[in-house]
Design a protein around this ligand. Structure first.
Ligand code: FMN
Length: 329
């Protein structure tokens, strides 16, 4: 099931999806340490990057060695900007550039970027051509099935992409107009797969190892990309990899081990953002890690109001201790 993207060989393609506000450097490092072979950055707006605005530059900050091979995802509507941003990313250590043609957010599509490009394949083609010729590293493309149910042109866009030198496409099995509603249509991804020779990665709604297997069977894809299924479970992609490769179902880590993952992730966030921003970023991750644990919602309120790192860690320790006590009775 291995695929080749430029010089990079991926034995079992199970990728971390790009997610704005989630797949920052600390999160990618957590995921990468568990084994998955490729992780994607958050989407970075090309104009923002070129204007050196803080968040654009912060998102480009990578730990090339620990994260190699990192895919930096770019969004934009101007082929020139996209080419410059791609070159800048390559110079800063990106191993692969991914072009975003899937983002449904109004602020992105109103600027005719993200999934809006699926409405104008000539514009999409210009961007692809411009980015591919600007860098010497591989370029990939992430898309949806189309703009809406009457315009599902992902197979056509993938064909154009292939002819312009794109080396892999990832398809989220929903249209732009669906946003995140309904179910991802894995069978439509088969039409993309049948239309190109480059690797096709299927994405959308993979929450269990069995979903991943089913998604590959239905879509015929070369691998899967996982986003929300890895919330609070940095081990999940590794479990999917092991299952696809060896048919082995690994058990979820015991609660104490899960706590260790959370504390390790917290440490990475603190080193990266400092206490104030780190604690703010940590909130959603703490919620995901502790989802469904007894008494977790009460503890979370205390966790969110802590004013220093040692009280934050103490409160997390208490949360897990209380959960374990409750589960023992
Ligand atoms: C919070 C969030 C942020 C996202 N940000 C991006 C992004 O920056 N770039 C992108 O291509 N897709 C983005 N996506 C879409 C995901 O990459 C993925 O296509 C989608 O969530 C479906 O996969 P899943 O069901 O495995 O989560 C985002 C999704 C979520 C939930």
């Amino acid at each position: 099931m291995g695929i080749q993207i430029g010089d990079i060989y991926i034995d079992t393609p199970v990728f971390l999806a790009p997610m704005s506000g989630v797949t920052d450097q600390p999160y990618r490092k957590m995921i990468r340490k568990q084994g998955p072979e490729l992780v994607f950055s958050e989407m970075i707006a090309s104009r923002e990057m070129l204007n050196s605005e803080n968040s654009g530059i912060r998102k480009l900050k990578t730990d090339c060695e620990a994260e190699y091979p990192l895919v930096v995802q770019l969004a934009g509507w101007d082929p020139g900007d996209m080419a410059l941003a791609a070159k800048m990313s390559e110079d800063r250590g990106a191993a692969v550039i991914d072009i975003n043609m899937g983002c449904p957010a109004k602020k992105v599509v109103n600027k005719f970027a993200g999934s809006a490009l699926m409405q104008d394949l000539d514009a999409a083609n210009s961007i692809i051509r411009s980015v591919v010729s600007a860098v010497s590293i591989p370029v990939t493309l992430k898309m949806r099935t189309g703009w809406d149910s009457n315009n599902r042109n992902a197979p056509e866009l993938a064909k154009i992409a292939e002819s312009e030198g794109i080396q892999m496409v990832a398809v989220h099995g929903r249209t732009r107009c669906q946003a995140y509603k309904g179910e991802a249509d894995w069978s439509f991804i088969k039409k993309v797969k049948d239309n190109v020779r480059i690797p096709v990665i299927a994405n959308g709604d993979i929450q269990t190892v069995y979903d991943a297997q089913k998604c590959i069977r239905i879509s015929g894809a070369d691998g899967v990309m996982i986003g929300r299924g890895a919330y609070g479970k940095p081990w999940f992609l590794n479990h999917v990899t092991k299952f696809l490769k060896m048919g082995k179902v690994l058990p979820s880590p015991v609660l104490l081990k899960q706590k260790t993952f959370l504390l390790e992730h917290l440490d990475l966030m603190m080193n990266y953002y400092g206490f104030e921003n780190g604690a703010r970023m940590a909130r959603k991750h703490i919620t995901w890690y502790t989802k469904g644990l007894p008494l977790a919602s009460e503890s979370r309120q205390r966790i969110y109001s802590t004013k220093d790192l040692s009280s934050l860690i103490n409160e997390i320790e208490n949360l897990y201790e209380n959960a374990l006590e409750q589960m023992a009775v």
